[in-house]
Design a binder for this molecule. Structure first.
Ligand code: ZN
Length: 251
């Protein structure tokens, strides 16, 4: 009898591990580091953040990693002769904890996210989804210095950042076009087959809404030749302009 119960428990546990692990196993792995059109991708374990130089002595970040000590980001800053106070802005693609871990290490940075994501960023909502909805939200201590809206164009150093709402992974997931890069956070990924993949449903509020948002984003950017690279938080960048996004939308 107990053998049967033990076997059943093992099978259930293995299935649970598979559900969580499989979405990651099909992704093109993040490089240790990469230069992407004048910006630096910094790998922080299983997630990346990107350092965006604004001037000789100022940078912005897209997301802030998983590590609450911010070690990888601080090391990249130090290689450039910069320190934590030189980070002037942090643009969050969304509020999951593996994207905002290092924020407290950059006290001079203005933290920004879509208005629809404020509750997730500040820890009043889990953001939803089959797994994360069961985690009770806790205050993160993060204070958003500025909220963003879909369609907004925001000056940031030499850039004009274009802000796109792509709800689905979380309620206020954002994509940002900065220079020649389009940052998609967790809303999409680079699959091992070289194609763009949707967000993993198991960690997302709504897979259907995520797909709808990516299709709409493809429509808005289909004729945009200024974007050279798609940047994802958990997989390697894709360097074929917006083509992979447009191909995804047509499948
Ligand atoms: Zn996420």
């Amino acid at each position: 009898m107990w053998t049967v119960v033990a076997l059943a428990v093992i099978v259930i546990l293995m299935a649970a591990v598979a559900v969580v692990a499989v979405p990651f196993m099909t992704l093109q792995r993040l490089p240790e580091e990469a230069k992407i059109n004048g910006m630096s991708l910094v790998k922080d374990g299983f997630v990346s953040a990107v350092l965006v130089p604004l001037s000789d002595h100022e940078v912005a970040l897209v997301d802030a990693g998983n590590d609450v000590e911010g070690k990888a980001l601080l090391a990249e800053l130090s290689r450039r002769g910069l320190g934590p106070d030189d980070v002037k802005a942090i643009l969050l693609t969304h509020g999951h904890s593996d994207h905002n871990g290092g924020i407290a290490k950059f006290p001079k940075a203005q933290v920004m996210a879509l208005a629809a994501e404020v509750d997730v960023v500040e820890g009043r909502s889990s953001g939803g989804g089959p797994i994360l909805r069961w985690r009770s939200p806790r205050p993160t201590g993060i204070h958003l210095g500025r909220t963003l809206e879909d369609g907004e164009v925001m000056p940031l150093g030499p850039y004009q950042v274009r802000v796109f709402a792509v709800p689905g992974h979380t309620p206020g997931s954002a994509a940002y076009a900065i220079g020649e890069n389009l940052f998609l956070g967790d809303s999409a990924n680079h699959g091992k087959d070289g194609r763009l993949k949707a967000a993993p449903w198991v960690f997302s509020m709504s897979a259907a809404q995520n797909r709808k948002s990516l299709v709409e984003l493809a429509r808005r950017l289909a004729s945009d030749s200024s974007i050279k690279t798609l940047v994802f938080a958990h997989s390697a960048p894709l360097e074929r302009g917006v083509a992979p996004l447009v191909e995804f939308a047509s499948r």
